[in-house]
Ligand binder design. Sequence first.
Ligand code: IPM
Ligand code: MG
Length: 369
Amino acid sequence: MTTHKLLLLPGDGIGPEIMTEVKSILGWIEKNSEVSFETEEDLVGGSAYDAHGKSISEEAMKLAHNADAILFGAVGGEKWADVPYDMRPEAGLLRLRKDLDLFANLRPAICYSALAQASSLKPELVEGLDILIVRELTGGVYFGEPKEIVTLEDGQKRAVDTQVYTTSEIERITKMAFDLARTRSNKLMSSEKHNVMKSGVLWKEVVNAVHKDGYQDVELGHILADNCAMQLVRNPKQFDVIVCDNLFGDMLSDVAAMLTGSLGMLPSASLGAVDSSTGQRAALYEPVHGSAPDIAGTGAANPIAMIASLAMALRYSFNMGKEADLLDKAIAGVLDQNIRTGDIYTNGMTKVGTNGMGAAILAQLDAQA
Ligand code: IPM
Ligand code: MG
């Protein structure tokens, strides 16, 4: 019997509701496989701020360092709008990414055929869509220094964020993206803005060097980030794997998410480097969507992105590809039965809440087993 250590960080808003569904699914997997999960749970984001005065406690950080993988819900909400900047809910997530060195953020955007109608784009543009955005997650403007607002002599204020990348930071995310491209259709598109940004010039240079050095079998293209956003809504199926920096990745992945019908559908994996002595890597799995405070507590949230994030954890952290496939198939199966939460609901479908969706996925797992 293998035991995996999982840290659950439900966070704020709809986080706890969608995490509840994940717990039931973890129970199902334990019953139907040879693994068990040793789970710990802690606070992050606004709920941690309310309890401890900071967006993640040292205790929770310790648990995070010790876990084999972290499942993260969502953070943030109006309630904490006036909290000091360093303690805002998002700071907890950013600290986890930085302290665990989770430099690679994998954001797949898959359009389930049952949902092509729910996309804001024409169904034929998105049906069968399967792209992967590989976002650099620990560098760039999110963490660059200086990052400040200063008051000038004339009384004006001046705000600075710093976009900064080193060769090695670009190299490691590029290699990860090339490796992933090889497992898919062997095509990689790199996106930056070398026409206006020095960091874009270096980005492109390093991507080309990595390509030349060991990945010439992969077809490489370059695209300016603004054009990439436009092409994603014009003809998304031209892409397979896209690699980009932290900020462009944040924006492009929201665009890609919406192509699939709802932000409520997309999981993500944030991975560190593999430790050469243990073969393990730090990993955090989270839905791409936010904490949706407007529907928090109503039981209406779509738990699919959270559950699909668990599937990614099974695949990338626990070597449980079979169970991950089962879970992905169960999600698609439930959608084929026309069961929908409000965000992906269209006329004539059966509307369910968070718990109803979780239960339907469990029933589908049973039916498939
Ligand atoms: C995301 C989110 C975060 C980000 C926020 C919550 C800090 O938008 O994961 O995409 O900007 O990275
Ligand atoms: Mg985002």
